[in-house]
Design a protein around this ligand. Structure first.
Ligand code: CU
Length: 377
């Protein structure tokens, strides 16, 4: 699940603009004309409360001057979050990027006295501006994958939930990791799933105990209680939520930078809170999730790759190489445990091994973060 309250999730890494420096108002041509904006969170507002921009790639560096009262900044397109950054604390800036389309966005910093502002985006003269047909093709390549994974998720979850309903604990355990892997592959855009993401994938404590449902609720019943008594309704709602998710996929409106940022955010989450054993804390099938997250991030990158300019070929090959390294690192832990979906259980790794794996994932996330910042234009 993405965006758990109270947990440090670095949706967008501070490293995004390390290559060009955050103080340049507009960057050099090497960076594909990304516009840069500084936003300050204060107790009063997200300042400036009115920002003017041109369509195209833009990066925002957010600093906190609010004594920590306000720590989040969002850019809303209608009701939908186009981009956001969380956990901005005094002294630590956060930078994120997105491709702006002509029109008016709302800026939002929950907790401030005046919590909303305006971002007005003028049409840009550039032929490669936002919403180009190359962008649309990239998005539709990625959405095709999401559709196919969501379709597979419907069937895999039906089988898993069926075993729960039938009271077959061993069978349900053997299907848990493989059925949820289809969800983990599309997690780069889980924020777009709204309420369905926590319903499907919240960990214990992420939501109120009464509302806790989904995969991890069933995981706890299977591995801790070793009984699925009373879990029929939970299994049924999981199937219903996933069926609903599958129906909503074709209507999702995505943009390339959102896909790139989502993949980076997910990889950051992998090292911050998945390679710590927190995601699958009862079944210890974390490596299956991590492998699925890396798979999904790779498809996201490959869908976006044609948007990278020729001059970013070196960046693209660095990312390819880092994917190879991450996959090789994971393949060391392939195993035939009956519940691990092809991987050993989390506890089989030493702390040094999880640290090394997490470094490999970070080494992939860093160049990938530059795709959102400069490449997708
Ligand atoms: Cu998850």
């Amino acid at each position: 699940m993405r965006l758990r309250p109270g947990v440090l999730v670095l949706l967008v890494p501070a490293l995004v603009l390390s290559a060009c420096g955050k103080d340049s108002k507009t960057s050099t041509s090497d960076e594909g004309n990304t516009q840069s904006f500084d936003v300050k969170l204060t107790g009063n507002a997200c300042e400036p409360t009115r920002i003017s921009a041109n369509a195209g790639p833009a990066s925002f560096t957010v600093t906190n001057a609010s004594n920590g009262k306000v720590s989040e900044f969002e850019i809303l397109s209608g009701q939908h979050i186009a981009a956001e950054v969380e956990d901005v604390v005094p002294g630590v800036d956060r930078t994120f990027s997105l491709t702006l389309k002509p029109g008016t966005y709302t800026t939002y910093c929950p907790g401030a006295k005046q919590d909303k502002g305006t971002l007005v985006v003028a049409a840009s003269g550039s032929a490669a501006g936002a919403g180009s047909s190359a962008d649309q093709r990239a998005v539709s390549r990625y959405v095709d994958y999401v559709k196919s994974e969501a379709g597979a998720l419907v069937s895999s979850t039906a089988a898993f939930a069926g075993a729960v309903t039938a009271g077959d604990v061993e069978k349900a355990k053997s299907l848990f990791a493989s059925s949820r892997a289809h969800y983990e592959r599309i997690e780069p855009i889980a924020e777009s799933f709204g309420d369905l993401d926590p319903k499907i994938d919240a960990r214990e404590g992420d939501v109120a105990a009464d509302n806790w449902s989904g995969f991890h609720r069933l995981e706890k019943a299977l591995w801790v209680d070793r009984s699925v008594a009373g879990m029929g309704p939970v299994a049924d709602s999981l199937v219903a939520d996933i069926t609903k998710l599958n129906k909503e996929i074709p209507g999702l409106e995505l943009e390339p930078a959102q896909i790139a940022n989502g993949a980076v955010g997910l990889l950051n989450e992998v090292s911050a809170s998945k390679l710590t054993g927190e995601e699958d804390r009862y079944s210890h099938t974390d490596l299956s999730d991590v492998a699925a997250n890396v798979d999904g991030a790779k498809v996201a990158f490959n869908a976006l790759r044609p948007l990278l300019a020729d001059k970013q070929a070196a960046l693209a090959s660095t990312i390819d190489q880092r994917f190879v390294e991450a996959e090789a690192a994971l393949s060391q832990y392939a195993g035939s445990n009956p519940t691990g979906n092809g991987y050993v259980l989390y506890g089989a790794l030493t702390p040094d091994q999880t640290k090394a794996l997490s470094n490999t994932v970070d080494a992939l996330a860093e160049p990938l973060s530059r795709v959102a910042a400069i490449g997708v234009a």
